[in-house]
Design a protein around this ligand. Structure first.
Ligand SMILES: [Fe+2]
Length: 413
């Protein structure tokens, strides 16, 4: 943006930049934006600006011709500026609350993940005690983590340094519960779903890591891999109090709607509904958080892949609900906005999936006061989902909650 124009020649539709003015010294939400009304032009004038940068490419109207310069309007109420500043303050307060909420949930998530690790480890030696702890964990997850759906999804989408079985169990449990909630399951079903999701892969302890981690398995290795379902059922048998619905989730989480799954090639509604839910959550987490993080997909990519390439594998009604719950642009994903800026999705609008709440990168705005833009209200829309590994580091650092870049970048280079 190199063109400049006199403030007196501005009119609504001209796209301007005021990055020369400190963000704290003006009441606008953005440093670059398209003028929407005459009030904004008055505010610019009251800031003492004479010349201003504008961008012809992003403008929907040209500046007024020199001959038609308007009379400067001297009389402007300070109240308008004050109210704009208040709005701005409210928004920055929301950023702080959002980040604090995320940090709180993150601690809880880490604690629970450690607990799940112990539960899975002790399941063979102390089944009754572990089962009791698992029930308590699921109860807490249903109660607290799901209270804030966006935060829960965001946590699943953050990369951990070494995604292990406990992390996967935890992610699949959270995602399954989110989908269960969207499918209106009652409390008892939610509890069974959470337990089944947590235990779905317990049989993997019998399969060597080299087989589990190998993406190009031989026929024999593939059979060994698939046997984790049978081993899981065997492990479950030592816990007499484990409800049948939970055992069925372990047994059927790799069955597919079109009958192409394993081990029994069950089809459609023959597959227990809770297992169909876990199958979707499991696939999503495997796409986003694979053993080899260099092949990790962005959340948006994962959802698109499941919908476009693998839809036949899943219960169509549940897949629809999942996309709705997780969003096309799920919390935690980086997006390119059509005004040229980069943002981080922080909340999905369940009624308008294409227009989530986005935190926008603007070097002129302090990180602690980063802007939250509701794309439903703004003129802007999302152009594409970005891979965090391909975004300049300072942008990721700015947008990442608490500046913890490692969540997004670890292993992605
Ligand atoms: Fe599995």
């Amino acid at each position: 943006m190199k063109h400049t124009v006199s403030v007196d020649r501005l009119q609504p539709g001209v796209f301007i930049s005021i990055s020369g003015v400190g963000w704290l010294d003006h009441p606008f939400l953005l440093n670059r934006f398209r003028l929407a009304n005459a009030d904004q032009i008055r505010v610019l004038r009251s800031l003492g600006l004479k010349e201003i940068e504008w961008d012809p490419a992003r403008s929907t109207a040209q500046p007024l011709p020199v001959a038609q310069e308007r009379e400067p309007e001297e009389d402007f109420s300070a109240a308008v500026i004050a109210s704009m500043l208040n709005t701005k303050r409210d928004r920055t307060e929301r950023v702080r609350e959002q980040r604090e909420g995320l940090a709180r949930c993150e601690r809880l998530y880490e604690q629970e993940a450690t607990g799940v690790q112990d539960i899975l480890r002790d399941l063979g030696s102390r089944p009754a005690e572990s089962f009791g702890r698992a029930r308590a964990t699921v109860g807490r997850m249903v109660g607290s983590l799901l209270g804030s759906q966006s935060i829960a999804i965001h946590l699943v989408n953050m990369k951990v340094k070494e995604p292990g079985m406990a992390q996967h169990a935890m992610n699949v449990a959270v995602l399954s519960l989110l989908l269960g909630k969207a499918a209106d399951l009652d409390e008892e079903q939610m509890r069974l779903l959470g337990l089944g999701a947590m235990f779905h892969d317990i049989g993997k302890t019998e399969v060597p890591a080299r087989v589990l981690r190998n993406a190009q398995r031989t026929h024999a290795e593939e059979q060994f891999y698939q046997s984790h379902v049978g081993y899981g059922v065997k492990h479950a048998a030592v816990i007499p109090e484990l409800p049948t619905a939970v055992r069925n989730i372990i047994a059927c989480h790799h069955e597919r709607w079109d009958g192409s799954g394993f081990p029994n090639r069950l089809q459609g509604a023959k597959i227990p509904r809770l297992a169909r839910i876990v199958a979707i959550a499991n696939r999503y987490d495997n796409l986003c958080n694979p053993f080899d993080l260099s092949t990790a997909r962005t959340p948006g990519d994962a959802v698109a892949h499941m919908f476009k390439r693998e839809a036949a594998h899943f219960d169509p009604e549940l897949l629809q609900l999942f996309v709705k719950a997780v969003g096309i642009y799920p919390p935690g994903c980086f997006v390119a906005i059509n005004d040229g800026s980069i943002g981080l999705v922080v909340e999905t609008n369940s009624k308008d999936l294409l227009h989530p709440l986005v935190m926008v990168y603007d070097p002129g705005v302090p990180r602690s006061e980063a802007l939250l833009v509701d794309l439903r209200e703004a003129e802007a829309k999302i152009e594409s989902v970005l891979n965090p590994a391909k975004i300049p580091l300072e942008v990721v650092e700015y947008l990442a909650p608490r500046g913890r870049v490692d969540y997004y970048l670890e292993g992605l280079h």
